[in-house]
Design a protein around this ligand. Structure first.
Ligand code: ZN
Ligand code: ZN
Length: 223
């Protein structure tokens, strides 16, 4: 859908540039452009069209500036470029969402099973993040990076503080490596092959992972 939209926008821009080019060629009497086929149709209107284009160019520039300002405010960046993940807490509108993502799903589920986080956990978590600061599945660092228990804390409470049971995964828009690779799309579930999967899906986006047939099979048979 987004690809179609991009195609249409690029197409309109290319046609607009060509028409503008031909009009300008008549407006300023560039003799070497008179040979563009069909362009003579525009010749009588070149003067009027040129003024019309200039007015609309100003409007387009104004809209572009407004769009850039709006993008800066919402903190959205162009997605899909490896290594460039939108910072979850940037932009005025995303502060609340970032706070939501700090929820400790593991602790919540463990509490249902009668286990509480060890008072040592914040220290162990911090130490792990010093050793492994970036998402192992994409290299992203920063807010939205979480420490995941490979063997879930609610089934293996004795492994809660075991450094070998920990792996850093991100939970940011468009990636969701913690949920998709660590928990197979369900926080109460887990993925015992997460170490192999982070390599297999290295730098892949959430949409790509969700579309993967092998991953879907795993999700169907998840614990
Ligand atoms: Zn986890
Ligand atoms: Zn990641």
């Amino acid at each position: 859908m987004r690809a179609v939209l991009r195609f249409i926008i690029v197409g309109v821009l290319v046609v607009a540039c060509l028409v503008g080019f031909v009009i300008a060629s008549y407006r300023f009497n560039w003799p070497w452009l008179g040979s563009v086929p069909g362009s003579s149709l525009l010749k009588p209107y070149a003067g009027i069209l040129w003024d019309w284009l200039m007015v609309h160019l100003l409007i387009v520039i104004a809209v572009l500036i407004a769009g850039i300002v709006l993008l800066a405010l919402t903190g959205r960046r162009r997605k899909g470029q490896a290594g460039k993940v939108p910072h979850p807490s940037s932009g005025w509108f995303n502060k609340g969402r970032a706070a939501l993502k700090r929820l400790d799903h593991g602790a919540e589920i463990a509490r249902h099973h009668g286990h509480d986080r060890s008072p040592e956990w914040p220290r162990v978590e911090k130490e792990h993040l010093l050793r492994e600061p970036a998402c192992v599945a994409c290299g992203y660092k920063g807010e939205g990076v979480q420490v995941h228990h490979i063997k879930p804390f609610h089934l293996h409470p004795h492994l809660e503080l075991d450094p070998d049971n920990l792996i850093t995964l991100c939970q940011v828009d468009g990636r969701e490596h913690h949920l998709l690779l660590g928990h197979l799309d369900e926080w109460a579930s887990f993925n015992e092959h997460v170490r192999a999967d982070v390599k297999h899906f290295y730098r892949k986006k959430a949409a790509h992972i969700r579309a993967d047939a092998a991953w879907q099979k795993k999700v169907m048979h998840r614990p």
